[in-house]
Design a binder for this molecule. Structure first.
Ligand code: NAP
Length: 255
């Protein structure tokens, strides 16, 4: 099963659909083996891995709720067993959720716990496990981490989801701090900040038409496509961005 001279492996969290799935397709076409993480939609994750394999790439699926540190650790062990511990070179912290539009004075403690557990702590849990494999400090060969933040981190998302925006702002600070912490250990850490992208995340927050309804708020007058965000993620992941670390790259059509 394990091929020591195989392709570099990247774990993409939340890759069963949307930006994660688009990133998986693109990075596989660039020669990476892909660990496709999902939490609930096994059939979509499996179909994506099968599609990548049918196109000549390599991919497998790994279930874990990124907010659960034990599940994350078990997922990394499973990835080690599938591809070899030394093969891991990349992590895309993409899994994320929104909730219903609400004001802060309406937000329950449970909602806030979930928002920060998945969107912020999940990225810490995955980065910790990845660094133990890729950092030269731990005997690794180096690699790259790309975090998926949001332009909401600087806009604040008032009357929509200030909790989500704050959780993503924490990702921005996490990116800058971690980048500087591990810059001498062969690991680059960057973030993309998507604007309004046409994916199913808006339906999951009770606003299925949000992407196109928001077009007039976007200087380019249209929502972005998942594939357009994937291009930025894959570039930051790649050696082409070899001198870039701690960067926050907006992919927001000018928003
Ligand atoms: P999406 O279509 O709703 O997909 C979310 C993905 O995350 C799914 O694959 C889902 O897996 C996974 N996921 C959810 N909770 C998880 C958990 N606890 N553990 C592991 N995986 C989990 O979202 P998207 O629009 O592609 O967004 C991807 C990232 O971009 C998110 O971080 C989001 O905040 C960010 N972003 C999106 C936009 C936008 O407008 N779309 C804008 C800015 C930033 P299952 O299918 O298995 O449930």
């Amino acid at each position: 099963m394990v091929n020591p001279s195989g392709p570099p492996v990247v774990l993409i969290t939340g890759a069963s659909r949307g930006i994660g799935a688009a990133t998986a397709r693109l990075v596989a076409a660039r020669g990476w083996a892909v660990a496709v993480n999902f939490v609930s939609d096994m059939s979509s994750a499996r179909a994506l891995a099968d599609e990548i394999s049918a196109d000549g790439g390599e991919a497998d699926v790994f279930r874990a709720d990124v907010s659960d540190a034990a599940q994350v650790a078990a997922m990394f062990t499973a990835i080690d067993e599938r591809f070899g511990r030394a093969a891991l070179r990349g992590l895309v912290n993409n899994a994320g959720v929104v909730d219903r539009a609400a004001r802060v004075d309406e937000m329950s403690p449970d909602r806030l716990q979930r928002m920060f557990a998945i969107n912020t702590l999940g990225s810490f849990h995955c980065a910790r496990e990845a660094l133990r494999r890729i950092s030269t400090r731990h005997g690794g060969s180096g690699g790259s981490i790309v975090n998926v933040s949001s332009v909401a981190a600087r806009l604040g998302a008032p009357a929509q989801y200030v909790d989500y925006a704050a959780a993503k702002a924490a990702i921005d600070t996490f990116t800058v701090g971690l980048a500087r912490e591990v810059a001498g250990e062969g690991v680059r850490v960057n973030a993309v900040r998507p604007g309004i992208i046409d994916t199913e995340i808006h339906a999951s927050g009770g606003q299925p038409e949000r992407a196109w309804q928001s077009a007039s708020l976007i200087p380019m007058q249209r929502p972005g496509r998942a594939e357009e965000v994937a291009q930025a993620i894959v570039w930051l992941l790649s050696d082409q961005a070899g001198y870039i670390t701690g960067a926050l790259l907006d992919v927001g059509g000018g928003r």
